[in-house]
Design a protein around this ligand. Structure first.
Ligand SMILES: [Zn+2]
Length: 584
């Protein structure tokens, strides 16, 4: 029943969508009485029967109709359950149902779900529990409305949580108590010697003093501004960076973000595999980001290092991919012909380990972190945990560590048996590196073709362990940025932004693995594959993933626009942007 709502873009749990009322509104949006009709509390009806079938209100303007509800406090089980309110016949306009934040199973189908008692969700634990809980109970392609909760300070976080509709109730009510809102929080108007805002309302407040409706005008304006900023951040795929900054305004919001990060599955299921923006790891919360844990998890589980006797540990560089940086060009010169005998692993925060072959993959090629040379306890523990896991799986006869400062000390103190060169890029340092690798590589086995090794690693990274071997089986050749089979047909490309692009030929080779497959019905899709056409989709699929399309009449490849579970659940929206589809 989601004829009236569609998600257009996603950035983690945050989404941009459209809600079709008399006019189509872009979400996340502020809604008001102009957009909805609320039937009100069940107690305002003569009987449960009346509430169940509320007298038809005239709804010529196709407003959102919110059905009668049982008013209930936050931690109180509803005292009454309303019998099936589902409206059978197709209605003219969107329907909203009020759901309790903590009680009840799957609610009846609707276009919009209204969080009951949302205004009371002040405790961070309640807020996260309620939103994650309700989102898990309602379909992905429906809108979630939290009344009386939004302020300019918390709005970006609410959007990041996956909330689509908010209202001005709280900031307007606050105006009547003399409370002045900004993005930085709320303070009594009377406290200000100088107003931090220069809007028309504030100019009037300056001249005429405190007046509730003028104050409300300012508060609503700040809310609207913050909404525009949040939408822009989602569009630019930087909502997470913005939220990490914005939650600093109160300890409660910071706590809420940390608690949300503990809901790993909720975020992971919604986090794209690739973002256009640079990942800024500026805060303690950055270490918990899905992009970071996912990368590390794939390096440890999906990736297998090439057979090599010698491992060279290197520090990261500010410039990405590392190979293009000055320091890594020096390292390459210093290691010279020994490079054919050793495998390179870059140690960095917050990604921990980046094998050389994966340096172009997101976020390895596009992250930035404040560099001080200091490694704090969490960063050290995380790095060493990953390094232990890596060395457990990938064994080397000798390790050369060209690291300096605290990083070298950390690895040394952990008892990693290596030749420590002290790192650095001056002549003496590079000579030490050169000597150390030459000696370590003596009587070592030469590595296979590292260009193929890179494709193998990237394919495993995106499609799972073993995918690279399947894709590169038999005679293949590297041509520019692509791999061709012996007949010269393209199998796969690595795009300049580090993602992988399969050809249908390549997809056929990967199909037996059974990963990242979207099964469709008996038709030949064109352009975009819409969610209703999806019969089955791999649960691992995330927005941005390269996927294999398989149906009775079609086979091909495309780029996922939503997660696999969402494709199966949704009745609207583009599931996959098709790239190459062949008729069968
Ligand atoms: Zn103002």
């Amino acid at each position: 029943m989601t004829k009236y709502f569609e998600v257009i873009r996603r950035d983690g749990p945050a989404r941009l969508g459209k809600l079709s009322l008399e006019q189509t509104i872009q979400t996340p949006a502020i809604i008001s009485k102009n957009e909805y009709l609320c039937s009100g509390s069940v107690f305002s009806f003569g009987s449960a029967e009346d509430a169940r079938e509320p007298a038809p209100t005239s709804n010529e303007n196709r407003k959102l109709v919110i059905l009668p509800y049982v008013p209930t406090a936050l931690h109180v089980e509803p005292l009454l359950e309303l019998p099936g309110q589902e409206l059978d016949e197709p209605k003219d306009g969107a329907t909203g149902i009020v759901v309790h934040p903590f009680y009840g199973g799957k609610p009846a189908s609707a276009d919009v779900y209204v969080m009951g008692s949302a205004g009371s969700l002040k405790n961070p634990r309640d807020l996260i529990g309620a939103v994650v809980g309700v989102r898990n109970r309602i379909p992905a392609d429906t809108a979630l409305y939290v009344p009386a909760l939004a302020t300019p300070a918390n709005l970006a976080f609410l959007v990041y949580l996956g909330i689509d509709l908010i209202d001005t109730t709280r900031v307007v009510a606050d105006a009547y108590f003399g409370r002045y809102h900004t993005r930085d929080g709320v303070r009594p108007f009377a406290d200000f010697d100088e107003l931090p805002c220069k809007c028309q309302f504030c100019q009037r407040l300056d001249e005429e003093g405190e007046e509730a409706t003028t104050l409300a005008g300012h508060n609503v304006l700040k809310l609207e501004e913050e909404l525009a900023v949040s939408r822009d951040m989602v569009r630019k795929e930087t909502i997470r960076e913005y939220v990490e900054r914005q939650v600093r305004v109160t300890p409660e919001l910071t706590a809420a973000l940390r608690l949300l990060d503990q809901e790993h599955a909720y975020i992971e299921q919604r986090t794209p595999v690739h973002r256009r923006s640079t990942l800024y790891a500026n805060t303690a919360e950055s270490l918990d980001r899905v992009e970071v844990t996912r990368f590390a998890e794939r390096v440890l589980c999906r990736y297998t290092a090439p057979k090599s006797d010698v491992l060279l540990l290197l520090p990261c560089s500010a410039r990405k991919p590392y190979s293009t940086s000055r320091s890594h060009r020096f390292f390459a010169l210093a290691t010279g012909s020994s490079r054919k005998y050793l495998h390179e692993l870059i140690l960095t925060s917050p990604l921990a380990l980046v094998p050389r072959e994966l340096e172009e993959v997101y976020p390895a090629a596009s992250y930035d972190v404040p560099v001080t040379g200091h490694w704090d306890l969490e960063e050290r523990a995380w790095l060493l945990r990953c390094l232990d896991g890596y060395l457990e799986k990938n064994r080397y006869a000798r390790i050369v560590a060209h690291l300096d400062g605290e990083l070298e000390q950390t690895v040394k103190d952990h008892g990693i048996d290596a030749i420590y060169t002290g790192g650095g890029t001056n002549d003496a340092a590079l000579a030490r590196l050169s000597d150390a690798v030459r000696e370590a590589c003596q009587s070592s086995t030469r590595l296979g073709d590292m260009r193929l090794g890179r494709y193998r690693a990237v394919t495993d990274y995106y499609f799972g362990s073993g995918a690279g071997d399947l894709l590169l089986a038999g005679k293949v050749k590297v041509k520019g940025r692509e791999i061709q089979n012996e007949k010269g047909k393209t199998l796969v490309m690595i795009t300049p932004n580090g993602t992988i692009a399969l050809s249908p030929e390549g997809a056929r080779r990967l199909e037996p693995l059974g990963n990242y497959i979207v099964t469709i019905g008996d038709f030949l899709p064109k352009g975009s594959l819409l969610a209703p056409g999806v019969i089955e989709a791999d649960e691992q699929i995330r927005p941005g993933d390269e996927v294999i399309i398989r149906g009775e009449k079609a086979f091909g490849v495309g780029r996922a626009k939503m997660s696999g579970w969402e494709m199966v659940e949704s009745k609207r929206g583009v599931a996959v942007e098709l790239k190459q589809i062949e008729k069968i």
